[in-house]
Design a protein around this ligand. Structure first.
Ligand code: FE2
Ligand code: FE2
Length: 182
């Protein structure tokens, strides 16, 4: 899972598990790419965060939405999917899997977290609230990186940037490389 090829397989494997929401303009794949980018920025700033789990969160957290309306069950449904597919597709198991499942399950509940990985996941999602016309509230962001006014403003610009999975994977591969070769 150390090279861009390995991460490309993770992305392809998890995208293949997604439901119809993958095509949603608001909650679909384009959103997932930008959550992955925002998650990467935070994971770079927080070495205690599980960067691969943050990437998996980006891919799965909205993958089980029924539609773009009020759907509080989409987090719990996606957590079930995560438990089913992530060990085989991304190699995340044990305590790491539990943290990832919790981040996905509870991302619909509106809280903040002291856990570095959960914080990166939730803040990455919330920095992208601009796409639905909502300015992220600093008090609902878990980490200092995300609460920085500059970062909140960056989230707005991110909505008009072109983001590819190739670029996302290259970024995560750079971050994960030292750990993989250690
Ligand atoms: Fe969601
Ligand atoms: Fe989302």
């Amino acid at each position: 899972m150390s090279g861009p090829g390995g991460l490309g397989a993770v992305v392809a494997g998890l995208l293949a598990c997604a439901g119809p929401s993958i095509d949603s303009r608001l909650h679909g794949e384009a959103h997932w790419r930008r959550v992955a980018v925002a998650g990467l920025g935070q994971a770079e700033a927080r070495p205690d965060a599980d960067a691969l789990a943050v990437l998996c969160f980006a891919l799965l957290h909205d993958a089980c939405r029924w539609d773009d309306g009020h759907d509080p069950g989409h987090g719990p449904r996606a957590a079930l999917l995560c438990r089913e597919v992530v060990p085989a597709v991304a190699g995340i198991t044990g305590a790491r899997l539990e943290v990832l499942c919790r981040a996905i399950h509870d991302h619909t509940a509106g809280g903040v977290s002291d856990d570095a990985t959960v914080a990166c996941c939730w803040d990455a999602d919330r920095l992208n609230l601009w796409r639905v016309g909502i300015r992220p509230r600093p008090d609902l962001l878990s980490g200092a990186w995300a609460r920085d006014p500059e970062r909140i403003a960056w989230g707005r610009r991110l909505q008009s940037e072109e983001v590819t999975w190739e670029a996302v994977c290259a970024g995560y591969a750079r971050l994960l490389a030292p750990a993989a070769s250690a």
